[in-house]
Design a protein around this ligand. Structure first.
Ligand SMILES: Cc1ncc(COP(=O)(O)O)c(C=O)c1O
Length: 450
């Protein structure tokens, strides 16, 4: 299964076809479309990717959190083919399709937002975020939006404005106005020596203080937050903070938006991360794993909020394409039948146990965190959360790739590795992937400490 055993960490060996394809990419595709992992896939199944040179890789990246139900689940492939034979496109504004409505009904059954819930479908996560903000603004007739440090909400203009990481935004401004950012309630990085309880109190006070110091609360349309930050490095929002945030939004009539684009659809061991919190949002945003890689997203929300958007202000040519909708229905069925929520919990236990074992031998592991099968390890120097070890992390990722494991980094400093493997991964594949990480970390750590 291994790609190559003789590669060095600094000089990843690329095979001929992969090299050729990456060279073509370099010649044809704008450089700004970044390469996160120098592979060239030709097919995939379950948790395994096959490349252009006949190598196989265990996939811990899952197409960046898109493949919770696995690569090419047969039921989804069949549903796509069947729908494509029947109807590919009319545009939902032009002709209503039942398959779109079936997806909406399914989502409402899974994620009721209070007594009456409504849905609009989108193509991507960023588009879900864009529309969520437009809807919240129309519903409140206010303009300001509160968001958080380390947030990632996408690359379209509003979504990028809400995104925190500078590298995603260089020279792309001016950004959307009326955006105010608070530190994400991240105890590991920002505790400042406080107890957990005192930290939560301080962060909630900071939120309240923002209404005097930063922005008039009567002009805040929405607060948008990822309960588990994806690109930010799997920082998990404390339960007490989210309860306080809900109270804050209710007090000032602010729309609370949970961005579930990366955390949704069984990833955390529940259909939604918010179901761990006993807090219901006013609006939620979805995409990624809901259609196994077909471009589909959703905005859902309380009916009176969703219906505040005037006809014509939200929508688009491809939104809720019938083939993508058929893929979503089949994906949700696979997730239900295979009980992927339960599987996410068993994956989380296996991963956490292994990471804890690694931590015993490696002081470079500063933190292990996550929710369900959204687990991450942060590498730091001198056990200091403020000294990211980016070099070690990048070496580890490159070394894992040479051993046939695809794994992604996260965080502003790219010093975090995150597990986003398909949830259909077998115990054997998961164990093998974790073996590779552990073995390569041992080698790097030994080399550094000689
Ligand atoms: C939480 C979150 N929101 C929004 C997005 C943007 O989604 P897309 O890339 O589909 O536009 C992402 C993508 O990683 C995400 O993780």
């Amino acid at each position: 299964m291994t790609a190559n055993t003789n590669a060095t960490l600094q000089n990843p060996i690329l095979f001929d076809h992969t090299k050729e394809i990456l060279a073509r990419r370099k010649a044809l595709v704008a450089d700004g479309v970044g390469v996160f992992c120098p592979t060239a896939a030709v097919s995939a199944n379950g948790a395994i990717i096959n490349d252009a040179d006949g190598n196989t890789f265990i996939d811990f990246g899952g197409g960046i959190g898109v493949l919770n139900a696995g690569h090419c689940p047969p039921e989804v492939v069949q549903a796509i083919a069947k729908q494509a034979e029947q109807l590919i496109h009319t545009c939902f504004h032009v002709s209503t399709t039942s398959v779109y409505l079936d997806v909406c009904q399914k989502l409402i059954d899974l994620f009721p937002h209070g007594e009456a819930t409504k849905v609009m479908l989108t193509n991507t996560g960023a588009e879900s975020v864009e529309n969520a903000i437009k809807i919240a603004r129309q519903a409140t007739k206010r303009s300001a939006v509160l968001c958080f440090s380390e947030a990632f909400h996408g690359r379209s203009m509003m979504a990028m404005s809400l995104t925190s990481k500078i590298n995603y935004k260089i020279n792309c401004g001016p950004f959307a106005p009326e955006i105010y950012r608070l530190p994400f309630p991240d105890y590991y990085h920002y505790s400042d020596g406080l107890t957990y309880e005192a930290f939560i109190d301080r962060e909630l006070e900071r939120l309240e203080h923002a209404t005097h110091a930063m922005v008039d609360p009567n002009n805040i349309a929405a607060v948008i937050i990822e309960l588990v930050q994806g690109e930010g490095g799997f920082n998990v929002a404390p339960r007490e903070y989210i309860t306080g945030l809900r109270r804050f939004c209710d007090k000032y009539g602010i729309v609370l938006i949970f961005d579930e684009v990366q955390s949704g659809f069984c990833r955390t061991g529940k259909w939604a991360a918010y179901q761990h919190y006993d807090v219901v949002p006013d609006i939620s945003t979805w995409a990624k794993s809901m259609a196994s890689g077909m471009p589909l997203g959703a905005v859902m929300g309380k009916q009176h909020i969703m219906d505040a958007a005037l006809p014509g202000t939200i929508g688009g040519t491809y939104l809720g394409n019938p083939v993508c909708c058929a893929a979503a229905l089949a994906t949700i069925e696979v997730m239900t039948k295979q009980n992927l929520n339960e599987r996410a919990i068993s994956i989380s236990l296996i991963v956490q146990e292994r990471f804890e074992r690694m931590r015993k031998n490696h002081t470079c592991i500063g933190d292990i965190r996550g929710l369900g099968a959204m687990q991450a390890v942060e590498f730091v120097k001198n056990s200091d959360p403020n000294q990211p070890d980016t070099e070690l992390t990048q070496k580890l990722i490159a070394a894992c790739l040479q051993r046939g494991l695809i794994i992604l980094s996260a965080g502003a400093n790219k010093n975090i590795i995150r597990i986003l493997s398909p949830l259909v991964i077998t115990d054997q594949q998961l164990g093998r992937g974790l073996d590779i990480i552990e073995e390569e970390l041992n080698k790097i750590y030994t080399a550094i400490n000689i």
